[in-house]
Design a protein around this ligand. Structure first.
Ligand code: G6P
Ligand code: MG
Length: 216
């Protein structure tokens, strides 16, 4: 890995295990709508915006609804989700994340957040992570959902670096595709079987430091 100047992190499922809370809240909504929704179905929702996630669920149930009802349902899911994440503390940061973030500071690497979530600031603040980032691009700042590269390109722009100088950490298929579409080096966090398009996959941050990454 050469000439890396910046790292862009997805939030949900990379820095903190909120993916399970998104799943639980969507599952609750799916049950209310009598739609079967499995953990496998949930993979398709990772990295995808709130409204698009709802569309995928409605599609699973062959259900079409008017726009106003859809907005209400998405809002309902978000209320349940925010209830879950309001209990987050710095203890919920995934293993190895803090020491990895610190290891990047030694090399003056710039850090950005690149998440589709409109709840990003709430989560970062709960976890005391906000100050690690030089730029935060979240769901309130983008109009095109992953796999569109917008969120990561905006991150690179805010950090004043080229896409080719960025590494992206992602746990979602749509997110890996977005990073590749942005022309960035993508490291998957999760399973190689799911994140097939990533340049490299780790199961988590426990074994990674920035020094080790430079060897790849
Ligand atoms: C992230 C998660 C998705 C979620 C999206 C929007 O990308 O991986 O599962 O749907 O953010 O999150 P929000 O908090 O705005 O509903
Ligand atoms: Mg994610």
């Amino acid at each position: 890995m050469h000439n890396i100047k910046a790292i862009i992190f997805d939030l949900d499922g990379v820095l903190v295990d909120t993916a399970k809370y998104h799943y639980l809240a969507w599952k609750q909504l799916a049950e209310e709508l009598n739609i079967k929704f499995s953990l496998q179905d949930n993979e398709r929702l990772k990295g995808v915006s709130r409204m698009q996630s709802l569309e995928i669920i409605l599609d699973l149930g062959n259900m079409t609804l008017d726009p106003a009802t859809k907005i209400n349902l998405a809002e309902k899911k978000n209320i349940w989700y925010v209830e879950y994440i309001s209990k987050l503390t710095p203890d919920d940061i995934l293993p190895g994340v803090i020491s990895f973030l610190k290891s990047t500071k030694v090399d003056s690497i710039k850090l950005a957040l690149g998440s589709a979530s409109k709840n990003s600031m709430l989560i970062l603040n709960k976890l005391n992570l906000t100050d690690y980032f030089d730029a935060i691009i979240d769901g309130t700042k983008v109009s095109k959902a992953k796999p569109d590269p917008e969120v990561f390109l905006k991150g690179a722009e805010a950090l004043n670096v080229l896409p080719s100088e960025c590494i992206v950490f992602e746990d979602a298929e749509a997110g890996v595709e977005a990073a590749i579409n942005a022309g960035m080096y993508c490291i998957g966090i999760g399973s190689k079987n799911i994140l097939k398009k990533a340049h490299l996959v780790f199961s988590g941050f426990s074994d990674i430091t920035f020094d080790k990454l430079k060897l790849y």
